[in-house]
Design a protein around this ligand. Structure first.
Ligand code: EPU
Length: 416
């Protein structure tokens, strides 16, 4: 199992290019199920999750060709309507084939994702929505099994805004009879990206990016040629990497609008951030100022940046309260940061982080994707050497992270 070794204490300087967004690429890839023909999707990041989605789509009968940052998906023949446990257990986002498979073939069977390192993560809102569209949904033998001759438009209210739930329902509704209204829908930029991809295929969708999305069903769609948006969480992670090392990093090929909440919070901590058209420059403070943060659905502070922000707060001047409102178990990195000398106490959904002057390198273990990123970021600022175990989590969501950090001057290497 690969490990990453970081010798901390180096200020990062230079320029880094942001890759395409994993969480936009995955649903857009799933959307290729919706029409026959050859789809081309560009700005695809090279990640384990992308490979897993490619394998799942080819299991369903699509021909998948991944070359450089482009993926071609030929979807003339769907030969299976089942996403088996083997795919879903390695990547929960496999559940994204549920909506498009049902819409295209009238039937979809997707293994139920279990709980994971960050929470229980139920799928009740996905299935509730499909039932509202007229599907017959059963849960048995660990599978969600949905059937419908043709879906019918309906008004669907989400108790909680759910990102992949909104995406699944949007993909199911594009081929439904009549109008579907999604209320209290998730507003993340990845939802807008999926809507734009679907619109380029001929779908009729209005309001994506707001909490009210209206979809008028069409009878057929055409293949897409679509470019994925930049990854806002990778952008935020590099912003923190610059801030925590007191460095200066230019982040290119990104969209500053997507990271507004992160930029504002980092500025409060003393980081200087200059906005360009598609770029950002971050200059880290001598020592960050402690600031509180609460994670919220977009445009609030993203849960996917909570762990990295906590890394910054471990060395801040003062005490900060970090509240996780989206997932009930997303503090697994706390115990690992404590091994590096951080002073953190968790009570319920809030972590109280008392800044220390220095973190010290230690052997630590990654528990999920963003927790891994936070340990890398913490290690960059720590005195001495940190070895991060189980970095396969990192490879699920960060393209060439050690190469990118190395270009910025970090002393980092992968141990195979
Ligand atoms: N929820 C329900 N029922 C449902 C669905 C969700 O109660 O049927 C709850 C969840 O338990 C959670 C909240 O709703 O408390 C929001 O979860 P959401 O459904 O929005 O999360 P997700 O769609 O499973 C996506 C990202 C996650 C990101 C979250 C929140 C993808 C593939 N995944 O997950 O990304 O943390 O939205 O922004 O888009 C990551 O990339 O590391 C990652 C975990």
């Amino acid at each position: 199992m690969d490990k990453i070794e970081v010798e901390g204490g180096v200020q990062l300087h230079g320029e880094v290019r942001i890759s395409g967004a994993k969480n936009a690429a995955l649903p857009v890839m799933a959307a290729s199920i919706l029409s026959d023909g050859e789809h081309t999707i560009s700005n695809i990041p090279h990640l384990r999750d992308i490979v897993t989605m490619g394998r799942l789509l080819s299991h369903l009968g699509l021909e998948v060709q991944l070359e450089h940052d482009r993926i071609k998906l030929q979807s003339d023949r769907i030969q299976s309507f089942e996403a088996p446990y083997d795919y879903v257990k390695t990547m929960r986002a496999s559940v994204l084939v549920l909506g498009p498979l049902l819409a295209r073939t009238g039937e979809a069977k997707v293994s139920l994702p279990g709980g994971c390192a960050i929470g229980a993560r139920p799928t009740n809102l996905h299935t509730m929505g499909l039932e509202k569209l007229g599907a017959e949904v059963t849960l048995s033998d660990g599978y969600i099994h949905a059937r419908a001759k043709r879906l019918n438009g309906a008004t669907i209210y989400f108790d909680i805004p759910t990102v992949t739930g909104t995406e699944n329902l949007m993909m199911a509704a594009v081929l439904a009879e009549g109008e579907t209204v999604l209320e209290n829908a998730a507003c993340e930029p990845e939802i807008i990206d999926l809507a734009n991809a679907l619109i380029s295929m001929g779908a009729d969708i209005k309001g994506a990016g707001s909490s009210l999305i209206t979809i008028r069903g069409v009878t057929g769609l055409k293949p897409m040629d679509y470019k994925i948006i930049p990854d806002r969480i990778e952008t935020g992670t590099f912003l923190v990497a610059g801030a925590i090392t007191n460095g200066t990093i230019k982040i290119t090929d990104t969209n500053p609008d997507y990271v507004d909440a992160v930029i504002n919070k980092l500025r409060e901590t003393g980081a200087e951030i200059t906005l360009g058209d598609k770029s950002l420059i971050v200059r880290g403070p001598d020592r960050p100022i402690a600031k509180d943060v609460k994670t919220l659905p977009y445009p609030g502070f993203p849960t996917d940046m909570q762990a990295q922000f906590m890394a910054l707060m471990t060395i801040a001047d003062g005490t900060s309260l970090i509240t996780e409102n989206i997932f009930e178990n997303r503090f697994m990195h706390v115990a690992e940061m404590r091994r590096m000398g951080a002073d953190i106490n968790v009570e319920g959904s809030t972590a109280k982080v008392k800044g220390v002057r220095y973190l010290k390198g230690a052997p630590v273990m990654a528990t999920d994707l963003r927790a891994s990123a936070s340990l890398v970021v913490a290690a960059l600022a720590a005195q001495g050497t940190t070895v991060i175990d189980r970095v396969y989590h990192l490879d699920r969501g960060y393209e060439k992270i050690e190469e990118k950090l190395k270009t910025l001057g970090a002393k980092i290497r992968r141990i195979s």
